[in-house]
Design a protein around this ligand. Structure first.
Ligand SMILES: Cc1cc2nc3c(=O)[nH]c(=O)nc-3n(C[C@H](O)[C@H](O)[C@H](O)COP(=O)(O)OP(=O)(O)OC[C@H]3O[C@@H](n4cnc5c(N)ncnc54)[C@H](O)[C@@H]3O)c2cc1C
Length: 476
């Protein structure tokens, strides 16, 4: 992966968290200080504040962390993008100064608190409420599953404005300093994976002064997405780094594990599994290339939702699928921690989190299908295929869908069909990204063709499922 002196200086620490030896335990304060001193915040700090403001470097840093440990990479996404970058983008001058000083002088750590135990990703039902009190806001409610639930020094909290409905700008975004009190961890969780990070339930009765309210207002839920879009893009970095590792590990395992045929890799079906892992990796390489290209051609401020949603769903599905193929190849030893010959159990448990967190893939597939239909208009186009052929995000892939033109001659409607159409769109988006990636010097034509076939096959499977899904649902 392309290195710069800055990346070398930061990334040399990542091997300390490698899956080979780091299987348990939250990241320590001392280690966090070491990583901050090495420069992990630099890529999101603006040049005017003596930072590097370099999102390509940030993407490469996250990819390299994900190669060693997805929890480490997630720690960087939360602290740099979800917290620090949003404060730099939407904070008042006084807030930015305060946060920047804490990040650099005290190796500060920030988290984001959106999701609640009772309402989950149904954000409209959010129960945490902010009410004006003196020169600030009183925020009361409950949040859970926050990365760094017990250890973050800062929180970006979403809350509903008391007494205001959504169309009047119902949501507010507040930055709370943990040391000020009122953000209490009522319970800690024992997560299945991502052991580098601590999780739990947080109860809020906190006071936030006016200057710590973010300058981000509008109708509500779209603003919450504005906070998250840069993170969704970084799933390409997670997938790129993680799946490069999965591929290396699985090829090594299959080449060294004896069986009656010689070694596992001499078995045709094993090679098919390895090919699937390679395809998942190549898809994420193409998505990563798309993201890097985006940063070269756009200011980081462009927060377009549809491509970011496609990247999130596609990359996390690939991460889980690639890790599961690897685990199966590792046999029973893939089903336990601390095996000397593989890292599959940790890898699968970590990868699984990403199809759920940051809005579950099922829900995001529904949203992105709706985005697509709204943005590219139903008018004038009579079928989904017609829309795919005309949208700039998908038209490059249309030729690969010729064999399915009959099956795609429908217009998505209703939850079931919309979710499945969203899944199809993410695969089509990936084909378009692969097509774009194929013209680069680093791309291997054979790997690209196999990855495109993988996506087409997934589309065919979803279309097949679509035709029977209603019948299966009728059992309930
Ligand atoms: C490891 C980890 C880290 C996290 N970090 C943070 C964090 O830092 N900050 C934070 O605020 N939150 C965080 N979360 C919370 C996370 O974002 C939520 O768990 C996630 O958005 C899903 O919400 P939920 O669990 O309530 O699921 P729900 O919203 O209840 O959804 C559950 C399932 O129901 C189905 N479903 C629901 N609605 C629909 C629909 N309309 N159409 C089709 N299917 C549907 C889907 O299968 C979905 O997976 C984290 C979670 C995890 C696991």
């Amino acid at each position: 992966m392309k290195q710069t002196p800055f990346l070398e200086q930061v990334c040399e620490h990542f091997s300390a968290f490698d899956y080979r030896h780091y299987t348990q335990g939250n990241i320590s304060k001392a280690w966090w200080e070491k990583l901050v001193t090495a420069g992990i915040y630099q890529p999101v700090i603006r040049r005017s504040d003596d930072g590097r403001e370099n999102y390509e470097e940030l993407s490469r840093m996250i990819a390299q962390a994900a190669y060693h440990n997805l929890g480490l990479a997630m720690s960087f996404i939360v602290s740099t993008l979800l917290f620090a970058d949003n404060v730099m983008e939407y904070g008042t001058e006084a807030l930015k100064k305060e946060v920047l000083a804490d990040l650099s002088d005290h190796a500060g750590l920030g988290g984001i608190a959106i999701i609640e135990p009772e309402v989950g990703s149904g954000l409209r039902l959010m129960q945490t409420v902010a009410e004006k009190e003196g020169d600030g806001f009183r925020i009361k409610g409950k949040k859970h599953w926050q990365c760094f639930s017990t250890s973050a020094g800062w929180w970006l909290v979403t809350a509903k404005n008391k007494g205001q409905d959504e169309t009047a700008g119902a949501f507010g975004f507040y930055v709370h300093k943990s040391a000020a009190g009122g953000f209490r961890t009522a319970q800690t969780y024992q997560p299945k994976g991502l052991h580098v990070i601590d999780f739990g339930v947080n109860e809020l009765d906190a006071y936030v002064p006016d200057y710590r309210r973010l300058n981000l207002c509008g109708t509500g839920i779209p603003e919450i997405y504005q906070l998250i879009i840069p993170t969704w893009r970084q799933f390409a970095s997670l997938g790129n780094g993680f799946l490069s590792r999965m591929y290396e590990e699985s090829v090594k395992f299959a080449s060294e594990r004896p069986c009656p045929a010689g070694y596992l890799k001499d078995i045709a079906f094993v090679r098919y599994r390895l090919g699937n892992i390679a395809a998942c990796r190549t898809i994420c390489q193409a998505l990563f290339h798309y993201v890097i290209d985006f940063f070269r051609n756009n200011e980081k401020g462009t927060r377009e939702i549809f491509p970011a949603q496609c990247i999130k769903v596609m990359a996390s599905d690939c991460m889980l699928s690639g890790a599961m193929h690897y685990q199966i190849l590792c046999g029973a030893n893939g089903y336990r921690y601390d095996a000397s010959d593989n890292i599959a159990a940790m890898a699968v448990n970590d990868a699984q989190a990403f199809v759920m967190l940051s809005i579950p893939n099922d829900v995001l597939s529904l949203y992105l299908a709706n985005e697509f239909l709204e943005k590219f208009g139903r008018e004038g186009h009579t079928t989904f295929r017609d829309l795919i052929t005309h949208s700039p995000f998908t038209q490059a892939a249309a030729a690969h869908l010729e064999p399915y033109k009959k099956e795609l001659a429908y217009m998505p409607a209703g939850n079931l069909e919309l979710v499945m159409s969203g899944q199809i769109l993410t695969r089509i988006f990936a084909i378009a990204a692969l097509d774009q990636y194929s013209s680069t010097a680093e791309a291997d034509p054979e790997s690209i063709s196999a990855a495109i076939l993988y996506c087409v096959n997934e589309i065919a499977t979803i279309l097949g499922n679509k035709s029977i899904a209603q019948q299966i649902s009728n059992v309930i």
